[in-house]
Write a protein that binds this ligand. Structure first.
Ligand SMILES: *Cc1c(COP(=O)(O)O)cnc(C)c1O
Ligand SMILES: [Zn+2]
Length: 436
């Protein structure tokens, strides 16, 4: 494919010590101090409606970078976009929440379904940029620590790019669908005896010593791609910013990317006001919420324990960037219990939409803020569903079939004899409310 666009100068520097690095030197973190790296690019030549028209005009493209819901926003991405590895990804729907909206108490709640990306999570948006960069610098191999979705995404994109991949996953805390994908797409899959935070420490050290390219969300190219969730969502709102954007928060890569994207969109005059971010953590893995409650005076670390494996993280790597996103958007960080997460998930699933447990935390968080009177019923709220319903079939079936006492939204399967009489009894049960 010929270069689709002239590459504008990109700078890479350390947000902690200020070191300036060559963008293509292969660093995912500062080699001097270990700090997070920041990418910058010149502002786009177009802005406001003209820029919006350029993005929209690419949407009908049949192939190449324009067909991607990431790369069609390339004027706002600090990334080389010459020869991209794309499925394509993105271009996900913004759905009306149906019964999930009523469950949350916000009739107008809309859900941006990132679970409909090629490997079933928003991680694909960051990975197309990260893998494109890995190939550009000639990485000998790529690696990540993952609760599962980053591994699934990395495995698929690395396979497409023909780059060897290693993924480190907590041995006892990975959802079945995600493990299945990492194996299927051919990544060298390391089941690490430890939690996600231990996996991340390991790959950081390994990347540093062995020259493997690190593709966790500390890698700034990943965040560039993830910004497009917000660009696309705003485009789907006709660039009329909603009042709130709710998302689950684990390692805070997405929280960081959302804040960056809103800053970019505002600077490019695509929106005239900035929505408030609502970052939602599980009670059992809520170090960021703890810091928020104290006005971010200190950073916390916890031993995480939640059913929502994608946010089962005790020491979020993008903490500093996450704080900035919440501050810049007058945002809120809240928590929800595992029971609330599972009920929210059952509501999203029963709406015919479906998502994995971590994603449902966003919807449960919206319900909590409605209950607290912080989000009002007439507000325009978009919840981001981060992962697909089939990622965690075990948690799903346990909820509907096994948990005692029967949860409020459980859809118990009914075993019957192969008789029309039994079938008819089940049919009659539907009219009177049946399983729900
Ligand atoms: C990665 C992931 C998250 C958490 O995102 P962070 O950027 O780590 O905060 C939430 N939900 C799903 C489904 C994920 O895959
Ligand atoms: Zn540094």
């Amino acid at each position: 494919m010929p270069p689709t666009h002239s590459v504008s100068p990109i700078t890479l520097s350390c947000s902690r010590c200020g070191s300036v690095l060559a963008p293509h030197a292969g660093h995912a973190e500062c080699p001097t101090c270990g700090g997070l790296l920041e990418l910058r690019r010149a502002p786009p030549a177009l802005h406001g409606p003209a820029l919006a028209r350029l993005f929209a005009g690419r949407r009908g493209a049949l192939d190449g970078a324009d067909a991607s819901g990431v790369w069609r926003f390339r004027e706002l991405l600090a990334a080389a976009d010459g020869d991209v590895i794309t499925f394509p990804e993105g271009n996900t729907p913004l759905l009306d929440g149906g019964i999930a909206a009523r469950w949350a108490g916000i009739p107008g709640l809309r859900l941006k379904h990132e679970g409909l990306n090629p490997t079933g999570s928003f991680k694909d948006r960051g990975m197309t940029v990260g893998i494109t960069q890995a190939r550009l610098i000639g990485a000998r191999a790529v690696a990540c620590a993952s609760t599962g979705n980053t591994a699934a995404s990395l495995a698929a994109y690395a396979a497409r790019a023909g780059v060897p991949a290693l993924v480190c996953i907590p041995a006892h805390r990975v959802a079945l669908g995600k493990l299945a994908q990492a194996l299927a797409y051919g990544a060298r899959t390391l089941l690490v005896r430890g939690d996600f935070d231990a996996c991340l420490r390991l790959v950081r050290e390994a990347a540093h010593r062995l020259g493997v390219y690190l593709l966790n969300s500390v890698n700034p190219y990943r965040l560039e791609g993830q910004k497009t969730i917000v660009f696309e969502l705003l485009e789907q709102c006709a660039w009329q910013a909603p009042d709130w954007i709710a998302l689950p928060a684990g390692n805070l890569g997405n929280t960081a990317a959302f804040g960056m994207a809103l800053r970019d969109a505002r600077e490019a005059n695509l929106i005239d006001r900035v929505p408030r971010l609502l970052a939602v953590q599980a009670e059992g893995a809520a170090p960021f919420a703890e810091s928020f409650r104290e006005g971010f005076v200190s950073r916390h670390r916890v031993t995480p324990n939640t059913v929502a494996t994608a946010i089962n993280i005790g020491d979020p790597a993008s903490y500093d960037r996450g704080v900035r996103s919440i501050r810049d958007t007058n945002g809120i960080v809240t928590t929800v219990s595992d029971a609330e997460i599972l009920e929210a998930k059952a509501a999203v699933d029963a709406a015919g939409i479906g998502c994995e447990p971590a994603s449902a935390a966003a919807v449960a968080g919206v319900k909590r803020l409605v209950r607290e009177g912080i989000i009002t019923a007439g507000s325009r709220v978009v919840g981001v569903l981060t992962g697909h319903v089939l990622k965690d079939p075990e948690a799903l079936v346990r909820y509907h079939r096994d948990i005692q006492p029967t949860p409020a939204l459980a859809n118990r399967p009914i075993e019957i004899d192969a008789t029309v009489k039994d079938f008819e009894r089940a049919l009659d049960g539907l009219g009177t409310g049946g399983a729900r």
